[in-house]
Ligand binder design. Structure first.
Ligand code: FUB
Length: 342
């Protein structure tokens, strides 16, 4: 999701500023990094940004990605391996275009790649593909996950082994066009257009034992203010836009997401994977480029924020993934990260 009108101010705001961290790779453009640690090694599942003919618009039509490639590292700060194509859109019978932000999960000896794409009707759905290797190649299921819609799947496996998918996005992510359960191509372009009503939220559904379907109807991921009231649609600095992520720290559930048109990565804390989650603060201040999208992972006893900006290209549609350390305060709040050091 992007807004061409905002591109110029964002770009000029970066002039003369030093980046906090450098792109993990420069061979291809990457975004939306979902990081996981398996057997001590770090795997990153990003979107693979490409040049395309479609002009920028508010619905992100210019994000025309067609495949996924996995990155891996033995340690953070060490060499990064860019693996061959793990899944191509031509392998996915139901998918027409726009393979957006993916995530991955592992159960037993199988790895699962979850990905959104537009179907032939122009509606975003979420698919799943499997492999015996964390870097693929992945074999897709012939149909999207039954009852899935919108974008940005993030799969969290709790300590009891149950897995949950968080997903959704407004504007180009189409949540506002699925309010009846069916896709409405003529629905609002942006959100509910009701600033004083509870904002549209991400969705969460437990996954089936085989990790290939929802085990239940998706529920709302409710994010509340300090008084326990759901955040409102007009609260653009805090309300959900896209890029869900879930992690657990000291037995609390941290739901984090992008605020989209205000360009923050923020978080909310709850006592259960279903929430409700109380808005707590910002994790990341705006980066260069319109979008960012993140993941949070523990590796070697420390916590890491993976995110993306447009440092290499200066263009929102051609992004690059990065990583930086994330620190908690003693009360469990997260220290806000500035993506620039000066
Ligand atoms: O990469 C395409 C879309 O832009 C993602 O799905 C969103 O999270 C945003 O990063």
């Amino acid at each position: 999701a992007a807004d061409a009108d905002n591109a110029a101010p964002q770009a000029s705001a970066t002039e003369g500023r030093q980046y906090l961290s450098q792109p993990l790779i420069s061979e291809i453009y990457t975004a939306d990094p979902s990081a996981h640690v398996w057997d001590g090694k770090i795997y990153v599942y990003p979107s693979h940004d490409i040049e395309g003919p479609t002009p920028e618009d508010d619905l992100g039509s210019h994000f025309e990605m067609r495949d996924y490639r996995v990155l891996s590292m033995d340690k953070i700060g060490g060499p990064v391996t860019l693996h061959p194509v793990a899944l191509d859109i031509d392998q996915v019978p139901w998918a027409d275009k726009q393979m957006w932000a993916p995530d991955a999960a592992r159960k037993g000896d199988t790895y699962f790649l979850y990905f959104p794409a537009k179907d032939k009707q122009g509606a975003f759905r979420i698919g799943v593909a499997t492999s015996k290797s964390p870097v693929g190649p992945f074999e897709p299921q012939p149909e999207p996950i039954k009852g899935s819609f919108s974008i940005d799947p993030a799969v969290f496996t709790d300590s009891d082994g149950k897995s949950y998918m968080y997903f959704g996005g407004i504007w180009g992510g189409q949540l506002q066009r699925f309010t009846t359960g069916e896709y409405d191509p003529n629905g609002s372009k942006t959100d509910l257009q009701a600033d004083d009503q509870p904002a549209l939220t991400a969705k969460v559904a437990m996954l089936s034992d085989d990790m290939l379907q929802f085990a239940e109807q998706p529920r709302d991921v409710v994010v509340t203010d300090e008084n326990g009231k759901p955040l409102l649609g007009g609260d653009h600095d805090r309300r959900f836009f896209e890029a869900s992520w879930m992690h657990k720290y000291n037995d609390k559930y941290y739901f984090s997401y992008s605020t989209g048109d205000t360009h923050y990565i923020v978080y909310a804390i709850g006592d259960s994977p279903y929430g409700p989650f109380r808005y707590t603060g910002r994790i990341l201040e705006p980066v260069e480029g319109w979008t960012t999208h993140h993941s949070i992972v523990e590796w070697d006893g420390r916590w890491w924020l993976f995110y993306a900006d447009s440092q290499l290209s200066g263009q929102t549609r051609l992004r690059n993934v990065k990583v930086t350390e994330l620190f908690y305060n003693p009360d469990g709040t997260i220290k806000t990260i500035d993506p620039f050091v000066s």
